[in-house]
Design a protein around this ligand. Structure first.
Ligand code: KIV
Length: 286
C-alpha cells in the first residue's frame, strides 16, 4: 500500500516491497515548502531534496557548490511541505566522502532536519560510507552511472556505460551498494540496455533517470518536469508543463496592471471598522 492510500508515511521497507510486487516507484525532487506540497498532493512515493537545488534553485554552475547548510534549510522546508512523504536528503559534495565518521555526522544532521534517509553518489569509498551510515540506523540510497558531484565538473553531463566494460563497472558498483544495504539505487544517464541488465541483478529498487523504461521506478528533477529550468534540458526529460512561460506571462500582466493603475482593485483593499473612517477624517482635518 503506498503512502497516498494508507495516510501514513511510506517507509524504505515499503519501497523495497514495491520492487517485489513489480509496482513502479515514483520519485521527484523538491526543494521548498510549496514544491514539496505539490509532490505530496500529486501522490509521489519519494521526495528527494536533490543537490540539483544548487543549479535549479540557487543558480550555481554545478552541484558541487551547494553547502550543507543550504541543503539543510531546503530539507526542513520540504519536510514541512510533505509531512507524509518519504523524504531523502542528498548529501552534498565533500560532506561525506572524507571518512565514515563524517558521513554519519552529516547524515544525522539531515535526519534532524526532517529527512527519512540520505542519498550519496558513487561507489568505491562510498560503499564504506553507506555501510557506516546504515549501521548508524539511517537508510541510504545509492547513486550510480552519471554522478554529477564526481563527474560533472570535468566531463560535463555525459552518458555513462556506453561500452561493455563501463556497463559492467556500473553493475558492479550497484551490486556493491546493494551489498552494503542501500534501500534503493538511482541509476543516472546510461543506455536503457544497461539499466535493464542492472535492475534484476540487485535486490534494491533501481530508480532511473535517463536510464530507459526497465528500472523499478523513475525520478525527474521538479523544475525540469514542470518547465521551470531551461539552462540545460537533458534528452531524457519529459516536460509536463511550461510553468516558466506561464509565470513570465503572469508577472508581466501584473507589471502592466500596476503601470496602468489597474491593480489593486477595491476587492484587494482592507477596510477600516464601521464609522472609523469618518472619525479619522475629522481628526485629520481639525
Ligand atoms: O540531485 C538530484 O536531483 C539527483 C537526481 C538527479 C537523482 O540526484
Amino acid at each position: 500500500m503506498t503512502r497516498g492510500t494508507s495516510g501514513r508515511r511510506l517507509t524504505t521497507e515499503a519501497i523495497r516491497a514495491m520492487k517485489g510486487r513489480g509496482e513502479a516507484i515514483v520519485m521527484i525532487t523538491a526543494y521548498d515548502f510549496s514544491t514539496a506540497q505539490v509532490a505530496e498532493r500529486a501522490g509521489v512515493d519519494i521526495v528527494l531534496v536533490g543537490d540539483s537545488a544548487a543549479m535549479v534553485v540557487l543558480g550555481y554552475e554545478t552541484t558541487r557548490l551547494v553547502t550543507i547548510e543550504e541543503m539543510l534549510m531546503l530539507a526542513g522546508a520540504v519536510r514541512r511541505g510533505a509531512p507524509l512523504s518519504l523524504v531523502i536528503g542528498d548529501l552534498p559534495y565533500r560532506s561525506y566522502e572524507g571518512s565514515n565518521e563524517l558521513a554519519v555526522a552529516t547524515s544525522r544532521r539531515f535526519v534532524q532536519a526532517g529527512c527519512d534517509a540520505v542519498k550519496m553518489e558513487g561507489a568505491n569509498a562510498t560503499v564504506d560510507r553507506a555501510q557506516a551510515v546504515i549501521a548508524a540506523g539511517i537508510p541510504v540510497m545509492g547513486h550510480v552511472g552519471l554522478t554529477p558531484q564526481h563527474t560533472g565538473d570535468g566531463e560535463g553531463f555525459r552518458v555513462h556505460g556506453r561500452t561493455a566494460a563501463a556497463a559492467l563497472q556500473i553493475i558492479s558498483d550497484a551490486r556493491a551498494l546493494d551489498g552494503a544495504g542501500c534501500f534503493a539505487i538511482v541509476a543516472e544517464a546510461m543506455p536503457a540496455v544497461v539499466a535493464r541488465a542492472l535492475t534484476p541483478r540487485v535486490r534494491a529498487p533501481v530508480i532511473g533517470i535517463g536510464a530507459g523504461p526497465d528500472t523499478d521506478g523513475q525520478v525527474l528533477v521538479f523544475h525540469d518536469l514542470v518547465g521551470l529550468y531551461d539552462e540545460h534540458v537533458p534528452r531524457y526529460v519529459k516536460r509536463y508543463a511550461e510553468l516558466k512561460a506561464v509565470m513570465i506571462d503572469a508577472v508581466g500582466r501584473y507589471a502592466s496592471d500596476v503601470r496602468g493603475h489597474q491593480f489593486p482593485q477595491p476587492e484587494h483593499e482592507y477596510r477600516m471598522e464601521a464609522g472609523e473612517e469618518e472619525k479619522l477624517a475629522a481628526r485629520l482635518s481639525s
